[in-house]
Design a protein around this ligand. Structure first.
Ligand code: KIV
Length: 275
């Protein structure tokens, strides 16, 4: 008689779709986190409506000073890992700096690569009115686009750093025009990053697609955080981050105890060796 048990049947992949996210405008808040690798994505998948493979991975995973240096191939590699590790949430992959701004045709070529090679459900790109033509070009050709306005980290060199937007009410019409332009161009949702709360609330009221806030407003249609920030792995998290776990301390404690065990020849112990 065989002692082998049959493998667990694979759970079917049934992902939240782009139209389902778009339909959440004004409804139950949309939950989102970033993730860059399969194991964390599998955990996030159980709770998030969409997972963003953000180009923040350049800073978080690869120690870059900004997101400007992130290459397209790196986004595709991490995007694939997150899609493989998940079955429920919509996966959105960031288009990195330099991969879409030059022309709509260039944006399509690179976004199509991202969609084909990662099997993700949508891409995200930064920029308001100036990106409207590109957003229209992509959505008309089958590529769902999440827009990203307000503080756009890929433009941090032009902005002079990571600056909260809308502190001066005179700038509000520009941000509002950006929001209207990306919605009219066909974006299915937009990230509002690093902007004063009343401006984010006003934009949320004004546009017909969900707004996803990060350092924005509780009135946004959803919220997103960088996973490592909310897990306590960033030693200097931005003001808008609420830390939900102290993973940095947990990891340090585990590494310290492991080092002590190895030095004391207490690891590997009887349970960890093959006799
Ligand atoms: O790259 C990223 O993680 C992002 C989020 C901050 C929205 O764009």
């Amino acid at each position: 008689m065989s002692t082998q048990t049959s493998p667990e049947p694979q759970k079917p992949v049934r992902r939240i779709t782009v139209p389902q996210i778009a339909a959440r405008k004004g409804g139950a808040p949309i939950v989102s986190l970033t993730s860059y690798h399969a194991h964390t994505a599998a955990i996030v998948d159980r709770y998030a409506d969409f997972i963003l493979v953000g180009d923040s991975l350049g800073m978080v995973m690869h120690g870059m000073e900004s997101t400007v240096g992130v290459p397209l191939d790196l986004m595709i590699m991490h995007g694939r890992a997150v899609v493989r590790g998940t079955r429920r949430a919509l996966v959105v992959v960031d288009m990195p700096f330099g991969s879409y701004e030059e022309s709509p045709a260039m944006a399509f070529r690179n976004a199509a690569r991202v969609m084909k090679e990662t099997q993700c459900g949508a891409v995200k790109l930064e920029g308001g009115a100036r990106m409207a033509e590109t957003i229209r070009f992509l959505t008309d050709r089958g590529i769902p686009v999440m827009a990203h306005i307000g503080l756009t980290p890929q433009s941090s060199h032009v902005m002079g750093g990571f600056r909260t937007q809308g502190r001066d009410a005179e700038s509000w019409p520009v941000h509002e025009a950006d929001a209207r332009a990306v919605a009219e161009a066909g974006a299915f949702a937009m990230v509002l990053e690093g902007m004063v709360e009343p401006l984010a609330a006003r934009i949320t009221q004004a546009v017909p697609i969900p707004t996803i806030g990060i350092g924005a407003s509780p009135d946004c249609d959803g919220q997103i955080l960088v996973l490592e920030d909310m897990l306590g792995l960033n030693p200097r998290p931005p003001k808008f981050v609420k830390v939900y776990g102290e993973l940095g301390n947990l990891i340090e404690d585990a590494v310290r105890r492991y080092a002590e065990d190895v030095r004391a020849r207490a690891f590997p112990g009887e349970a960890q060796v093959y006799r």
